[in-house]
Design a protein around this ligand. Structure first.
Ligand code: GRG
Length: 292
């Protein structure tokens, strides 16, 4: 692992912890559930994307921090709700009892409900001293569009209705994957772009990077779900147990590896414009690719 990544990971843990400590929770149960779910060994990929993209375009760390927290809050809510019995019905998340198993279903629903407005709150409160209202509105707009009906929520709904028996075209599966996972990954990078001030060519390149990173990341997850022993505890085969159609069930192992590698290379190529400055982002990409 590169030093930049370790530094940003430590920095993010401290920043998130400080943020957590200053929240005045009227409900002790929700406070406990917040701590349990937010500090449970997530890889922090989306915050890392925020920090490494921010570094690439010389964005002030004070602006990167709330964006990194906001995206992780939304991501965490999505995992908590995804594990619920009405959705993927998973007892484990990252090798530990999922939120509704550790607490109860109502708590898991409510903590997810609370994390969403909290993400908006931190963007408003912490960005206001450092960015124009116009930029803050664009950043919030990017996050809500990516997580709501135009993104993750619809992707999840379409995904829940997939079974192995449905015939589904590769293009339709790509759309679902893009909505469910890709949009939030893209938003991690786009929020940073909107916060900064870079030429169109650079934002185009970063957008391209994030689109291919999103596909690569999700397909790798599908691959690991089918072919690798669980390393990070989701009960890796929940898609299989739920009789789900994924690219891992549609493509052969070799075909899937080919598509993963293709998107990995396209993500890498998109960063060529930045030469050596993109090295930390490329190292993140390479580290994830090494899980294959
Ligand atoms: C409940 C609205 C709603 C949406 C849920 C993200 C999601 C949508 C479901 C999770 C299911 C899943 C495995 C999606 C693939 C994307 C993915 C790889 C999620 C896990 O992200 P990581 O690996 O998680 O970044 P960690 O544990 O590291 O935080």
């Amino acid at each position: 692992m590169i030093s930049e990544k370790i530094n940003y990971l430590n920095h993010f843990e401290d920043t998130l912890n400080n943020f957590f400590k200053q929240i005045d929770f009227p409900s002790k149960k929700l406070q406990e559930a917040f701590q349990y779910c937010l500090f449970s060994g997530g890889k922090r990929i989306r915050p890392l994307l925020v920090y490494l993209t921010g570094e690439l375009i010389n964005l002030n760390r004070k602006i990167q921090d709330p964006i990194a927290i906001a995206i992780e809050l939304i991501h965490t809510y999505s995992l908590i709700h995804d594990d619920l019995p009405a959705m993927d019905d998973d007892d484990l998340r990252r090798g530990k009892p999922s939120c509704h198993r550790q607490f109860d279903e109502a708590t898991a629903i409510l903590i997810g409900d609370g994390l969403q407005p909290l993400a908006i709150e931190i963007l408003i409160d912490a960005l206001s001293p450092n960015l124009s209202s116009k930029k803050i509105i664009t950043i919030i707009n990017t996050l809500v569009k990516a997580s709501g009906f135009y993104g993750m929520v619809s992707g999840q709904s379409l995904d829940l209705n997939l079974t192995k028996d449905n015939f589904i075209k590769n293009s339709e599966l790509t759309t679902i994957l893009n909505l469910k996972t890709g949009k939030l990954i893209l938003a991690s990078v786009q929020m940073v772009i909107h916060a900064g001030d870079i030429p169109d060519k650079q934002s185009e390149a970063l957008n391209n990077f994030a689109i291919h990173f999103g596909i690569f990341f999700q397909l790798l997850d599908d691959y690991l779900d089918k072919y690798k022993i669980d390393k990070h505890g989701k009960g890796r085969s929940s898609d299989l147990a739920n009789n789900k159609t994924t690219f891992a069930t549609k493509l052969s192992q070799n075909e899937l590896i080919k598509v993963i590698n293709n998107n990995y290379l396209l993500a890498r190529d998109a960063l060529k414009l930045f030469d050596n400055k993109a090295k930390p982002l490329i190292t993140l990409l390479d580290n994830i690719h090494n899980r294959l």
